[in-house]
Design a protein around this ligand. Structure first.
Ligand code: NAP
Length: 546
């Protein structure tokens, strides 16, 4: 079949795909992962098609348009590094980039590398099936596309399936209802309105302070109080940016040596070896710096419950000192482990509760009973509302992979294979699903790392693997069941050395009713990179290649 292929400079030439295939590779999703995967495969001469449900690129940053949406990884790090020219030419304006700025960046990337012609927008993939006879994938979209491809790559993101709780009467509400993860492009007018925000995770704590500025009154419906540290966001001046750019490669390499692949200074002492003054001094410094580095103050915050409690207690004290009403402060104070459920990074979240137009509704005292046409009923009383914002999170990490009906070798369904929890080899490969990859899938560092370098790691690994297959005349690669079982055991062993799995959260799937409780990400970016590199260097151990 004659097709158009583009080289790295964006020029097209005719090329052929072998064996009656429509594409060499189909990629699902045009966020950070899908865009770079497309660029990488196309540069290697593969005829590649991306299917994207939205009408533009950006993934997470396309859908999460709620006011206050901002990344919690510094912008100088939350960006691609595959092209030194790109990273030198792009100018970030703030320490932590807003949703709008990240979306502009990704649109720039799509244009700079001429990616759009190979992305089909407004097209959701519904099903994919491995055809044992032709060793290829048949991919079906909800628009009726039915294409055959050698490789099938899920670049669907870790937090892309919004979770809407099953609250009685939600559909009866006659005002505006929207989820932070699916915010309307035209925005929501909260001026002079009575607004209810359900949920106090990272999305809720970002959106609430913004809506409070416009709303006549805002009610925050809180089930579990959240730890939040200030972002200390500020404009990035040219000098600061240029200092990093002058040694960008070194700076990136340094960040990748940290467990999360993010630049922070990990304290070398145990919190348990410090007296109260020393703890307070160090936490105060970290609080002033702002951001996720707060929980890197001491080396054992994620290894020891007592060490963790020193950091948690510092934040509890901060809440009590910020929130003027002691009863509200107490209701906002978490008593869980800090950081084992994603630490929130915010601007003025706790301060919002000092406003006269903001009320905290503590659902631990009385749960939401139901939603009516005009409001939310708690404790037998209706709170009248015009707008309900669902900041209720996502079916994380596995949600987007299982939303597509994927059938592997012999017709086995991924949903069935993962009924007791996901099983992968290296986070991106699945026994029984040949020539399929899931970028930043379960069992990879993903959400416990800086996602952009994690994505680049997976994309480069997959790209190198395909190059290797083509060079050595292999048609099919598949993880072995033994290698997969070994990886799952290793992921659990690493997690169980820490205190992360002790807390309920989306990291372990407990936010979704009925989801198996499994610790989903792999802890340790550098170790992950080392293991993936070793597998490749040894000729793809743990895989069968035919
Ligand atoms: P989340 O952390 O899962 O928080 C969901 C919130 O909704 C929780 O407070 C949860 O309460 C509440 N909730 C769920 N069902 C409820 C119900 N039926 N009734 C009352 N409350 C209910 O979700 P998220 O805030 O969207 O954040 C998810 C992740 O996305 C973050 O952890 C982060 O990794 C990422 N994110 C990052 C940023 C950033 O970079 N700054 C911003 C937004 C999101 P319970 O805790 O009691 O279940």
């Amino acid at each position: 079949m004659a097709v158009k292929e583009q080289n790295a400079t964006g020029q097209s030439r005719d090329t052929e795909t072998a064996g009656g295939l429509d594409f060499d590779a189909v990629i699902v999703g045009a966020g950070f992962a899908g865009l770079y995967m497309l660029h990488r495969l196309r540069s290697a001469g593969l005829k590649t098609q991306v299917f994207e449900a939205g009408d533009g690129v950006g993934g997470t940053w396309y859908w999460n348009l709620y006011p206050g949406a901002r990344c919690d990884v510094p912008s100088m790090e939350y960006s691609y590094q595959f092209d030194p020219e790109l990273q030198q030419e792009w100018e970030w304006t703030e320490r932590y980039a807003s949703q709008g700025e990240i979306l502009k960046y990704l649109e720039h990337v799509a244009d700079r590398y001429n990616l759009r012609p190979d992305i089909k927008f407004n097209t959701r993939v519904g099903a994919a099936r491995y055809d044992d006879l032709s060793n290829s994938w048949i991919v079906e979209t909800e628009n009726g596309d039915n294409v055959k491809s050698r490789f099938f790559i899920m670049a669907t993101g870790c937090l892309s399936v919004p979770y809407t709780p099953n609250i009685e009467g939600l559909n009866d509400f006659e005002g505006v209802v929207c989820h932070t993860g699916n915010w309307p492009k035209e925005g929501i007018d909260a001026v002079g309105k009575r607004v209810g925000v359900i949920g106090t995770g990272s999305s809720g704590i970002q959106v609430a302070p913004m809506l409070a500025e416009d709303a006549e009154h805002m009610f925050v419906f809180q089930r579990t109080p959240a730890y939040s540290v200030p972002s200390q966001n500020r404009p990035l001046d040219a000098e600061e940016q240029n200092t990093i750019k002058a040694r960008y490669e070194e700076f990136r390499a340094e960040a990748k040596r940290n467990r999360a692949g993010i630049m922070y200074e990990l304290g070398q002492k145990s919190a348990l070896d410090c007296d109260k003054e020393e703890l307070k001094r160090e936490y105060e410094i970290r609080w002033e710096i702002g951001g996720l580095g707060f929980t890197a103050a001491f080396k054992d915050i994620f290894d020891d419950v007592d060490a963790n409690n020193t950091a948690a207690e510092f934040v509890r004290e901060k809440i009590r000192s910020i929130v003027r009403n002691p009863a509200v402060a107490e209701a906002l104070t978490p008593h869980t482990l800090i950081g084992c459920k994603r630490l929130c990074v915010s601007a003025g979240y706790f301060e919002t509760f000092n406003r006269s137009n903001v009320t905290l509704v503590d659902l631990r005292k009385e749960a939401i009973e139901r939603i009516t046409k005009t409001g939310i009923v708690v404790g037998g009383k209706e709170i009248p509302l015009d707008v309900i914002v669902l900041a209720t999170g996502f079916d994380a990490i596995t949600g987007a992979l299982l939303r597509v009906r994927i059938h592997g070798k012999g017709g086995i369904e991924l949903k069935q294979k993962w009924a007791d929890g996901p099983k992968t080899y290296l986070g991106h490969s699945i026994a029984g699903f040949p020539n399929m990859f899931a970028i930043t899938g379960p069992g990879s560092p993903s959400v416990l790392s800086n996602l952009v370098p994690s994505i680049e790691q997976d994309v480069n690994w997959i790209g190198d693997c395909i190059d290797y297959m083509n060079l050595h005349g292999h048609q099919v690669i598949e993880a072995t069941s033994e290698a997969e079982a070994g990886w799952v055991a290793h992921v659990n062993k690493v997690a169980n050395k820490t205190i992360y799995p002790l807390e309920d959260s989306w990291y372990v799937g407990t936010n979704i009713p009925g989801k198996p409780r499994v610790f989903l990400p792999y802890i340790g970016f550098p170790d992950y990179v080392g293991r993936c590199t070793e597998v490749a260097d040894r000729g793809y151990t743990g895989y069968s290649l035919t």
